[in-house]
Design a protein around this ligand. Sequence first.
Ligand code: SF4
Length: 380
Amino acid sequence: MPSSQTSAMQTIRVDYELPDFSRTGAANSVQHAWARVPQEPTQAERSALMERIAGQLKQKNAVLVAHYYVHPDLQDLAERTGGLVSDSLEMARFGRDHAAQTLVVAGVRFMGETAKILSPHKTIIVPELEATCSLDLGCPTDAFSAFCDQHPDRTVVVYANTSAAVKARADWMVTSGCALDVVNHLKDQGKKILWAPDRHLGAYIQRETGADMLMWNGTCIVHDEFKAFELEALKAEHPGAKILAHPESPSAILALADAIGSTSGILKAARDMAATTFIVATDNGLMHKLRTLNPGKTFIEAPTAGNSATCKSCAHCPWMAMNSLQGLAAVLESGGNTIEVDAALVERARLPIDRMLAFTAQNARAAQAGSGIVPNIGAA
Ligand code: SF4
């Protein structure tokens, strides 16, 4: 999580882990990145910015797709203007299938890249080109490619939270919503898997499937921070509450959870479970949608720090937080911040994504034919 603040620049330093497989034991080193902190607009500024953005979207025949973790203003604006707020998979799928030739992606960079890979002829605009992800940063292409070269007998499965170049090195891309099904499918075919980059999600899938999985050692800086001891204490204060956890959380958190799922899976569990109070271990950006969709239920953020720390729950991605109304309005009016991906890379990176999309579409059809229930195919 952010470890220091330099208010003059309105940026924070963000530490993340970089795995090093050239050393025995795959030790991780701590690296430093940064994130910009946007100013919260006043109510009057907020209304004016929303008007400007809505006008620009119309003028440019553009559609806004926003991730569940970005500011509630952007989520609401996306829905109000005919766009979508969702997980990374649905964002990309919606953008690909929408008639608009310009997609505005409020999230982090890899989401913009995925949209470009799936819609290479469309213009992809992001509010912040420098909004990144610790999983993406912690899985550099050259090091990952060398790791793959060392294990040519393994099927390479990468999470959505990776660069276009890392996806281009993979056989499959998965999201947290379909990873279990894909890995089970590969296991049934007798495949051994090389998994990257999130070690907690990988370990969860390995426990659930029993597949032979070799892990890259990356983490999400948000989910990695949840603390089991503090969570148990919070649960003791709310004995009737159910714990909902994202599988990027450490195994000690998942062991306490009543339901484990992607963002879409957590939304579904909150809707379907009879409890009225939930403790939620994922980025607190999801609280907006949880509370909007379940007005009679109470949602409490899972704690992220030990007793001695001052921050008890700062579970919000600093890069998702870079997305702002001000930034988006400025970008739409200036015409900047387009995402470009090399054409050869698009062609190669599309293969593992298309493989996943075909697989999830087939699974959805089978599930609907069999049970009438729409399956959870959510993503990070
Ligand atoms: S919440 Fe975690 S996985 Fe999502 S973008 Fe931020 S660092 Fe990456």
